[in-house]
Design a protein. Structure first.
Length: 272
């Protein structure tokens, strides 16, 4: 395996385990020490979660409260990537299905957000993210916009994520399914495993995609992204996928390396 020049870390199942309501975090053993070790070696890293409920400035302090030393400017979400995708495409008004935290994060990044219960005619994009209180009128508004030609974007289309209480399903994936079934249009993810997300990571780290070590617990979110983009896929068994399950993955989701948790990272990647 190539030695990574920098790293991207997932959150849930890799650095932390949250509860299903995303209200509390527990640090995964070895995570804090691994990040501190990379800092001491001068090796760049960032964290990219598929969770879209909070802006980085809100979530990063909560990580630090449980001992995970993630600065605000090293934490990114699908909203971070979506803002770039939306700006690059020139979308002027975006219908957002998500919590207030999702809207706040996008608006802080310069996106003109429209809610489903307001005048949403003329929106040129729909963005679906963390939305546990999504209603049928919300879905109806999204379907109308997509059928009228709006681009269909989503934070994540991955069905599950790891929590302290076991595997939990992703709300955005469920909502995406409803909109896609009605409209016949599949969503374009901005989070992992999209090419948008890996390009964003490489740009933030200042290196080629091939030099990035993508570390995570999900075969689809992290490892598929690494394999499709030519990065280095490093799987952990501290989250949603066991060692036996990693061994059974198809070629497009097979990691370059499997470790128990990121406390083993330096020793197993040639850094130690």
């Amino acid at each position: 395996m190539r030695t990574p020049k920098g790293f991207m870390f997932d959150l849930d199942g890799t650095l932390i385990l949250s509860n299903r309501k995303l209200g509390s975090y527990d640090a995964i053993p070895g995570a804090a020490e691994a990040l501190a070790d990379l800092d001491a070696r001068g090796i760049p890293w960032i964290a990219l979660t598929n969770g879209s409920a909070y802006a980085s400035r809100v979530q990063a302090p909560r990580l630090r409260d449980v001992g995970i030393p993630v600065p605000d400017d090293k934490l990114f979400t699908p909203n971070s990537v979506a803002a770039k995708v939306i700006a690059d495409a020139g979308y002027g008004r975006v219908l957002v299905l998500g919590t207030q935290g999702v809207t706040d994060a996008l608006e802080e990044l310069g996106i003109n957000c429209v809610s489903p219960d307001s005048d949403h005619e003329g929106c040129d994009a729909v963005y679906i993210a963390w939305h546990p209180d999504c209603s049928m009128p919300d879905i109806h508004a999204a379907c109308e916009a997509v059928l009228d030609g709006a681009a269909f974007l989503t934070a994540s289309d991955v069905p599950f994520f790891a929590t302290k209480e076991g595997r939990s399903f992703g709300y955005s994936c469920a909502i995406n399914g409803a909109v896609a079934r009605v409209t016949g249009v599949e969503p374009q993810p901005t989070g992992k495993p999209s090419a948008h997300a890996l390009a964003f990571v490489a740009d933030r780290l200042g290196m080629a995609k091939e030099d990035v070590g993508v570390v995570g617990d999900d075969a689809t979110a992290e490892i598929q992204m690494a394999r499709e983009g030519g990065a280095i896929g490093i799987a952990v068994t501290s989250g949603s996928t066991s060692a036996d399950e990693w061994a059974q993955q198809p070629d497009n989701k097979t990691p370059d390396l499997v470790i128990e948790n990121i406390g083993e990272l330096a020793r197993r990647t040639g850094l130690g």
